[in-house]
Ligand binder design. Structure first.
Ligand code: 5AD
Ligand code: SF4
Length: 474
């Protein structure tokens, strides 16, 4: 696709701001401040999308509530990655019937990855008639126009047509923290891993212009943000569609030039596109946190091939070894799927042996969930749920032991952490993260929120470290 066709034009974005203005006038005419509730399921990309939805709602004059009964507008930003996430959304939609019955003027919107699927839209159309607006991730930037249509035409609106997707710059945003921020650097996915619904609902890969990303990061650093995570389904293919000879490592190098006291993190990296150049760049750039989320999914070559992952166990292990050779302090995490269709017990145990070999700091583990329309969903799947659960439990047991051992190794050490929030816990009133992203429950004054401090680690468990702030040495 030509770049002009990917970028939403400034004129079109201006049109959306006009709708925002009209909605603002409508809000002001109500004689009270209308309220919106935004409920988010799924990954960080969805969290980032919800922050844009909130930005648009704020500009339309809405305040925010978490009480569905008090909301004039409810937006449910959904996830389609596993069946469980979808079930929870249908459950929520069912419960919202009551809120809507009590206040028929309430507007209920369903957006995100579930909404982009035709089958879901059909089901909502016929069985969830209290839902007024359905739009996919590709239509996010049109939300003002779509909401205006719901109010003025007084009919249900469905906008799920654009499957390739675009890039919209300059959308407003409400960030929920003053310390951490998410910056999407690309959208969509071209990889079509055989189990995954994402490429069908988030369109083709498209990269934001480096200037726009640099400007956003620069502004965040100036505003005092200290922990910035670059987001993309596969950040390692950043720039391919731009054809300006810039890859993800080059983007990191450019961002690293921005002066200030901050960390840059990123996710997710696909191993098939992770290069030595990327690891060398991470090692060299002082602002780039030495943290890598490198999803392996399986430790067995036959399963990896059936998943269409396009790397082998050996190649993956080679990458991990290289990354650790240039960044000895690297914190490494991964995603694992147990019970891919046709996986045998021996193959699942290859995954357990891989995690024993790699010794990840932490894992995100999933039991395979068939997604209608993906190639894997059509494969025979002889192993039963109970059997997969046993394999899964063995994986968890191994990883929990490894995480606990790695965390135990921090006890007695002093580490630099960024305090990101208060926790509400009396013994450990602060929450903080190491450079590698490990959670440290911290004793110290609340004034430390937003600061880098030295923390002495006193205790640990499988999931976190516990420590206290100590005076810094210099
Ligand atoms: N079933 C289970 N897990 C899945 N993931 C993606 N699709 C599925 C599925 N159908 C997992 C992968 C991916 C993470 C975000 O979710 O591990 O990396
Ligand atoms: Fe899904 Fe694979 Fe794309 Fe990740 S890289 S979003 S697992 S298709």
């Amino acid at each position: 696709m030509k770049r002009e066709d990917v970028l939403i034009s400034p004129a079109e974005m201006g049109r959306q701001r006009d709708f925002t203005q009209r909605l603002r006038q409508r809000s002001e005419g109500l004689g009270r401040r209308p309220l919106a509730m935004v409920d988010t399921f799924g990954c960080q990309q969805n969290v980032a999308d919800s922050q844009r939805i909130m930005g648009m709602l704020r500009d339309m004059g809405y305040g925010f509530t978490e009480d569905p009964g008090a909301a004039d507008v409810i937006v449910i930003n959904t996830c389609a990655i596993r069946e469980n996430a979808e079930k929870r959304v249908y459950g929520l939609l069912g419960r919202l019937t009551h809120a809507k019955a009590a206040s028929p003027e309430q507007v209920i919107c369903l957006c995100g990855c579930m909404a982009q699927q035709q089958a879901v839209a059909d089901r909502v159309r016929s069985s969830y008639r209290h839902v007024d607006l359905v739009f996919g991730p590709q239509a996010l930037w049109k939300f003002p126009e779509l909401l205006w249509e719901v109010y003025t035409r007084r009919r249900r609106v469905f906008s799920i047509e654009d499957e390739h997707g675009a890039i919209a710059e300059g959308m407003p945003v409400v960030r929920e923290s003053r310390v951490k921020a998410w910056v999407s650097i690309m959208y969509g996915c071209n990889n079509f891993c055989s189990y995954c619904i994402v490429p069908y609902v988030r369109g083709r890969e498209r990269s934001r212009d480096p200037q726009a990303i640099l400007e956003e990061v620069r502004q965040l650093v100036e505003e005092g943000y200290k922990d910035i995570t670059l987001l993309g389904q596969n950040v390692n293919s950043y720039g391919r569609d731009l054809e300006i000879g810039m890859d993800f490592a080059d983007l990191l190098t450019a961002i690293n030039e921005i002066p200030g006291d901050y960390y840059i993190r990123f996710m997710t990296s696909h191993p098939k596109d992770a290069t030595d150049k990327l690891f060398d760049t991470m090692a060299r750039c002082s602002h780039v946190a030495k943290q890598l989320h490198l999803p392996v999914q399986s430790g067995n070559d036959r399963v990896l091939q059936a998943m269409n992952r396009r790397y082998t166990r050996e190649k993956y292990l080679g990458q991990v070894a290289y990354a650790r050779s240039v960044m000895p302090e690297l914190v490494l995490t991964s995603d694992i799927i147990i019970g891919f269709p046709g996986e045998t017990e021996a193959e699942a145990m290859d995954t357990v042996s891989l995690i024993e070999q790699v010794r990840y700091d932490a894992l995100f583990t999933f039991i395979y969930s068939p997604r209608p329309g993906t190639p894997a969903a059509a494969l025979p799947d002889p192993a039963g749920r109970a059997e997969k659960q046993l394999w899964f439990d063995r994986l968890l047991e191994a990883q929990n032991r490894i995480s606990a051992e790695i965390h135990q190794g921090y006890v007695g050490k002093t580490v630099r952490v960024l305090v990101d929030a208060e926790s509400g816990d009396a013994r450990w009133p602060l929450q903080s993260r190491t450079e590698g992203g490990r959670l440290v429950h911290l004793a110290g004054p609340k004034e430390a929120v937003g600061q880098f401090v030295q923390a002495k680690v006193l205790d640990s468990n499988t999931w976190a470290l516990f420590g206290e702030i100590v005076p810094s040495e210099n």
